[in-house]
Design a protein around this ligand. Sequence first.
Ligand code: ADP
Ligand code: ZN
Ligand code: ZN
Length: 770
Amino acid sequence: MSQRPQAVQARLWSEEEVRYGEVAVDLAAAGADRLFTYAFPPDLDLVPGTWVEVPFHSRKLIGCYIGPAPAPPPGVQVRPIAGVVRELPPLPQDLIDLARWVADRYLCTFAAALRLCIPAGARRRQVREREVAAVALAAPRAEVAAAMEAAERRRAHLQARVLAMLLERPGPVPLAEIAARLGDHARAALRPLLDRGLIRRVTLTARRDPFGGRAALPDAERSLTPAQREALAAVERALADDNPFAPRRPILIHGVTGSGKTEVYLQAIARVLARGQQAIVLVPEISLTPQTVGRFRARFGDRVAVLHSALSEGERWDEWLRIRRGEVDIVVGARSAVFAPVERLGMIIVDEEHESTYKQETTPPYHAREVAEERCRRAGAVLVLGSATPAVETYWRAERGEIERVVLPERVDGRPLPPVELVDMREELRAFNRSIFSRRLQEALDETLGRGEQAILFLNRRGYNTFVLCRACGEAIACPNCAVALTYHLPGPGQPHPRRLECHYCGHTEPVPSTCPRCGSDKIRYLGAGTERVEAELRELFPRARVLRLDVDTTRRKGAHGEILGAFSRGEADVLIGTQMVAKGLDFGRVTLVGVVLADTTANLPDFRAAERTFQLITQVAGRAGRGDRPGRAVVQTYMPHHPAIAAAARGDIAGFYARELAWRKVQGYPPFADFVRLLFTGPEEGEVALAARAAYQALLPYGKDGAMEVREPGPAPLVRLRGQWRYHLLLHGPDRQAMVAAVRAALGGRRLPGKGVRMSVDVGPYTIL
Ligand code: ADP
Ligand code: ZN
Ligand code: ZN
């Protein structure tokens, strides 16, 4: 409907005047991967990165102006843009370039990659800066002061107090603040002041502060241990080295838990700031607790912005704007913060760099550590990776010297690492102990609680029982939408449902049946323990213990996560039970016991990273113990005490674990020696999904002919149904990930596959192939 005025406008610009520009139109992720040419008014001062509104077919879409385009051939109609989107600041050129790299590397459209660079709410134009009504002085201060005294004499007290409030301060005062201080009726007193021209109405933009205006307690640099000094020196050398021809090597700070890595980051950032540059700190979503962020704010105050998924759209947008305007020097955030619009980037720190949350599984399937490395390379910035248990890939690169490694082998103050004791749960069965707690763990809990110390119990599964089995027909009760067993949950605080079965993939819930829905038998058994069961058994064994639980079910409410951790750190509970949420980054001085209720849950996953994850989880969670003055210990329960990852973690044999794991991966052709590209086909009909997968396979087969890559036969994915959709997949396997990406692009790019209602998605370097 807005077509006609634009056409008229286009004719107003003469042939010579009109300019053409290329626009990355914000199409849905699966849209066409090309730029579109539009006509721009001649007097517009455009920089690349400017957001514009453009007509697209019959719709109006937003797009990013990338640069000038050649004039179209005669006769080709080019439509004019509909306008410039002023409320979105232009994207910086380096992010545009980075998005192009992401699109190329991870096989997505340029538009999809650009979406990473700006908060979704702002791109959809659903968030604005928050505006608040305020009043400001409109007359010289002396005149206002005289008017105030006159009002006082007239006994117009409210008017006098409003003027006093405005005189107290240099700037405008929000109406809400006046009402809060002087009462709602104070608004009435504004009218005569406005009429007399003493004050005027103004609009302020108000920042939505994720910290709710709370300042962090300031904290000073600590004097470093010798090992920390060496780590900082390595960072300083890298910062000082500005030879543009030799790219700086990333630095890996391989430091045991509690070795003071965070203190090194803080002092490294101070060096970056001293050079007039800025830093991005990536942390796993899970450790974006008030505790972690608080340490950065304590050191750097308001110069810190945060970006993570728990922010409201408004908070996220305001934080993003503060970064874009250069009002902050440090961005602390989850995965997507690697795309934060900092202009003078000096360093990116990736804490807990081995964490799988840095890998995005949906389009674009990027890995934040890889993007961070590329961004640093382009900006001449320093990449710092930190972990107690580096990714196998990172460890390998450090061994080869591609990454500079500094080791922090000991905890600060020389506190010992907690000894890890393995408990063979098969022995417990033989001794007729049917509890989920071994005798050893019970003793240890008893001692810990008796001494008034704290314990953390870790189990990587939530719910009460992880499956419900019919003993007559042998079937586990499965989700109607997904090929997974349902989990049995007890009613919990804040959960409206009574006892229920729940699918952890799609959220489906149903009441607990008294008979088997398949065969009608009443021989129903509840098996497999989750965190709710741990809590229930613990309360039974230690009725006086004060217990908190930290998992998805207890943290659904905003702020609940921080409240639970806060209560535990203030000593309001004796035991904290949790899923992997308790494994990372927590620093509680009074915890002296960590119990791993069952180490086997991750080890048994059908995934080549299962051993690595198990090793990392046990090492990390054990590291939560003994971080104060009292020594800690860890008790790890397992049915597989000889599993290499579990045994190595218990011995603290880091080098041994990596050597063995790397040897195995080399033989198997797993990363870092080779990698995968996975094509996933989903749709409502299994036959159609299989058909699409088969067609893709046929198209890709020629690319496997020369042996550069292996095109594996497609088949059902391990999780063959999810949310009512059938899932088939196809794996490409080979030493060169970019060659596989190129093959997919060449074989399938822009091509329609058969199969009704089937969607294909690509994962490059997948972290899960479920
Ligand atoms: P990591 O990040 O390696 O787990 P942290 O930086 O959290 O280790 O340090 C562990 C504890 O030791 C923290 O409480 C921290 O404040 C303290 N700490 C770190 N470095 C020093 C130091 N040089 N002197 C004294 N205390 C330190
Ligand atoms: Zn049955
Ligand atoms: Zn489901």
